[in-house]
Design a protein around this ligand. Structure first.
Ligand code: ADP
Ligand code: ADP
Length: 225
């Protein structure tokens, strides 16, 4: 678990200002959803936290560390994208454990962590499946397991359910809430789907034109007459 704090984040692309002056203070273990119209700066914000986008100015802190200048791999975070890219020629075990193998973890530790991550996303018993033998929801859960197996302090997700059909999206909503409860981790979640934001979030950050318009629990955000 970790707090995430953005202070005076500004991001320019050439002459375009994507984010002008964003301040965002996320608590330990909170599930925060970023919502807002397409192009308002949601992805830029989450990528700034991840370190995939370098802000023009401003600072990012995770826990009590200023990570503004740290590369993504040293920030203690994991990220899941809309377009999950599993290795098609690797089975579920190898997909989940790839990052740990790369970092030369002991086989025993890898087995233990993969088992636990698979259990969390309810894919235990499917470790020897190939991605092509799985449904969209199952593949998305492999991507989530691959992220949580690293035991990150914070977990960032950019429209992770956007490519799933409506029924599966509802199903995954419940799953993500359960995963959040179980992991006790800080989650920052980007979506333009109001139903997802309403059901899953502790607080919703409403972004418009690179500005934070509202940052409040779901009922306060959508309670206007
Ligand atoms: P959202 O995720 O809310 O759709 P983005 O963060 O992707 O919004 O984009 C915010 C603004 O920044 C948009 O005006 C977009 O066109 C611009 N933008 C994003 N990425 C780039 C880029 N790589 N180059 C130029 N402009 C970009
Ligand atoms: P989930 O909600 O976990 O994604 P689904 O309800 O989509 O699961 O799928 C139920 C079952 O159908 C699963 O056991 C899965 O293996 C199988 N299945 C679904 N889609 C596919 C597919 N494209 N290829 C192979 N098996 C599939």
């Amino acid at each position: 678990m970790a707090t995430i704090e953005l202070e005076h984040i500004r991001k320019e692309y050439g002459n375009d200002i994507a984010i002008e002056d964003l301040n965002l203070d996320i608590q330990d273990g909170e599930f925060v959803t970023l919502v807002g119209p397409s192009g308002c700066g949601k992805s830029t914000t989450i990528e700034t936290i991840a370190g995939l986008t370098k802000p023009t100015s401003g600072t990012v802190s995770i826990g009590d560390r200023d990570v503004t200048k740290l590369p993504p791999k040293d920030r203690g975070i994991a990220m899941v994208f809309q377009n999950i890219a599993l290795f098609p020629h690797k089975d579920v075990y190898d997909n989940i454990s790839f990052g740990l193998q790369l970092r030369k973890f002991e086989k025993e530790e890898i087995d233990k962590r993969v088992e636990k991550a698979a259990e969390t996303v309810q894919l235990n018993g499917m470790l020897d499946r190939m991605p092509s033998e799985m449904s969209g929801g199952q593949r998305q859960r492999v991507a989530i397991a691959r992220a949580i197996v690293r035991q990150p302090d914070a977990f960032l997700m950019d429209e992770p359910l956007a490519n799933l059909d409506a029924e599966l999206r509802v199903h995954m909503r419940t799953q993500l809430q359960r995963i959040h409860d179980e992991l006790d981790t800080t989650i920052v979640y980007v979506t333009h789907d109001q139903a997802q934001a309403m059901t899953m979030s502790d607080r919703i950050a409403v972004i418009n034109d690179g500005d934070l318009q509202q940052f409040a629990p779901p009922l306060e955000c959508y309670n206007e007459p």
